[in-house]
Design a binder for this molecule. Structure first.
Ligand code: BTN
Length: 266
């Protein structure tokens, strides 16, 4: 089992200076170990932390995933962070922030490792059908505007999955794909630079088009677990609010705003 060095904040700052991340990462709180960066980010957001504040950890003791799941990773192996954003957006467009972050992470991984990264509705990144990252959005809405939103990202960078580890079947990292370690600070800097540029496009169709082009769920037969329900159909499109449009076996279109989609063999 390899021992990973802690993240160097100096290296992160240098990587940010080399890109146009703007306010993203201008304020950084680093924890070697924390329960969850989401909780620290929530506290900071409620206390008025500025747009772009970054909360990052080398290890989480109670990392959270979507749908009540946990998220864990060995110390220093991956990128685990929450970013506080204050976008000027109507609440229905919150999902666009998730799209922007997913695309930025996918592009940064491709640039660093030369691997193809797909997005899977709603919040996953995949390499070769295995999950390499998950996004967790949380937001506070007041009236018709978003007060703040937090994008949590767990990105598998240098984690090795032993063949005996059941996760090896379903999870991937840049390390598992390429057989070498990656510089997490450089990857983070590049990711935040890309995200900053994408945040300027939140209102445009370009973001949606890029995301759809990268989406591995579209055109596939999928089974969606949404709340208590299971629905099957063909994933036809993602609408402008990020909802999945599913073509049901009887030909009707069903709009699904949240859930978990599993690809089915057609
Ligand atoms: C998912 O795919 O279920 C989303 C996973 C999100 C994990 C990240 S790691 C950093 C941040 N802190 C957390 O507790 N969760 C998110």
């Amino acid at each position: 089992m390899s021992v990973h060095p802690p993240l160097s904040l100096e290296a992160v700052r240098q990587a940010l200076a080399a890109t146009d991340a703007g306010p993203l990462g201008a304020q950084i709180t680093y924890y070697p170990q924390i329960d969850s960066t989401m909780d620290a980010a929530r506290e900071q957001a409620a206390a008025g932390a500025p747009h772009g504040s970054l909360i990052i950890a080398d290890e989480q003791l109670a990392g959270r995933g979507r749908l009540g799941r946990s998220w864990s990773a060995p110390f220093g192996a991956n990128l685990l962070f929450s970013l506080i954003l204050r976008p000027q957006l109507r609440p229905a467009y919150l999902y666009r922030v998730v799209m922007a972050a997913g695309l930025a992470a996918a592009e940064a991984c491709e640039a660093a490792a030369g691997v193809q990264v797909g997005v899977k509705w709603p919040n996953d990144l995949q390499i070769g059908g295995r999950k390499c990252a998950g996004l967790l959005p949380e937001g506070a809405v007041e009236g018709d505007s978003i007060q703040w939103c937090i994008i949590g990202l767990g990105l598998n960078v240098n984690q090795a999955f032993e063949a005996s580890d059941p996760l090896a079947q379903t999870a991937a990292s840049l390390y598992s794909e390429r057989g070498r370690m990656f510089d997490r600070a450089a990857l983070l800097g590049d990711l935040l630079g890309r995200l900053n540029r994408k945040l300027a496009l939140l209102g445009s169709d370009l973001l949606l088009e890029d995301w759809q082009a990268r989406c591995i769920s579209l055109g596939q037969q999928v089974r969606v677990h949404s709340g208590e329900e299971h629905v099957e159909g063909r994933a036809e499109a993602i609408d402008e609010d990020g909802a999945l449009l599913l073509r049901l076996p009887d030909g009707r279109i069903r709009r699904i705003t949240a859930g978990e989609a599993t690809l089915r063999p057609s």
